[in-house]
Design a protein around this ligand. Structure first.
Ligand code: IMP
Length: 199
């Protein structure tokens, strides 16, 4: 049985500024005060699971326990069909340390060229998890299909946005106005499910 999430303080259990912006866009119009893990100087939890759901729960759980407030996290990534779903849960790691997403996009492109891939389809996946301090948990999954383009195009968004062209569009996520991306993204799809269940 889903538990209703009462408007109020909600911890965004992420250190990714792009995700915080998108989560604020989604939740603040509904009366939530979204406070990020960065603002609260929470430690970044280690993502040790092999699924988006598992990793999203690790992050939400850690933030709920540390703050005593309900916490929301997103674990997301890019699944490339011709690469058997890689980078998947390793999407952030492909950007190296410190994170450089041009490096990550180039690595995907190199791997596709190495196998002469003609199938350039890919999808972004987002799993949103909500954890309450008493241990109750919920997860919601959203996906958006598209194709990968090269070279990268556009200055907006974050991560792999400059190489991802959503189906039905000719521009990349990084060429779309943020509001337009946020209305169709994998996170928006997951958010719609969350809204129906918890709000
Ligand atoms: P994690 O969820 O922190 O493990 O990181 C997921 C990674 O997937 C991010 O660092 C981004 O590189 C990538 N990603 C997730 N969502 C998006 C998006 O909307 N646009 C571009 N890249 C994304």
């Amino acid at each position: 049985m889903s538990r209703k999430l009462q408007p109020g303080r909600l911890i965004a259990a992420t250190h990714n500024k792009g995700k915080v912006a998108e989560l604020k866009d989604l939740f603040e119009p509904l009366g939530f005060e979204v406070v990020s893990a960065v603002e609260l100087q929470l430690e970044e939890a280690e993502e040790t699971e092999l699924t988006f759901e598992g990793n999203a729960l690790i992050k939400a759980r850690a933030a709920a326990q540390a703050t005593g407030a309900p916490a929301l996290s997103d674990d997301s990534g890019l699944e490339v069909t011709a690469l058997g779903g890689m980078p998947g849960v390793h999407t952030a790691i492909w950007a190296g340390e410190p994170r450089d997403f041009y490096v990550a996009m180039e690595k995907v492109e190199r791997e596709l060229q190495a196998i002469d891939a003609t199938d350039r389809s890919a999808r972004f996946v987002s799993c949103l998890a909500v954890a309450w301090p008493d241990g109750h948990e919920e997860t919601f999954r959203g996906e958006i299909e598209g194709t990968l383009t090269w070279p990268p195009r556009g200055e907006m968004g974050f991560g792999y946005d400059p190489v991802f062209v959503p189906f039905g569009h000719e521009v990349t996520f990084a060429e779309l106005e943020p509001a337009q991306k946020h209305s169709m993204s994998h996170r928006a799809v997951a958010f719609d499910k969350l809204k129906k269940a918890l709000l």
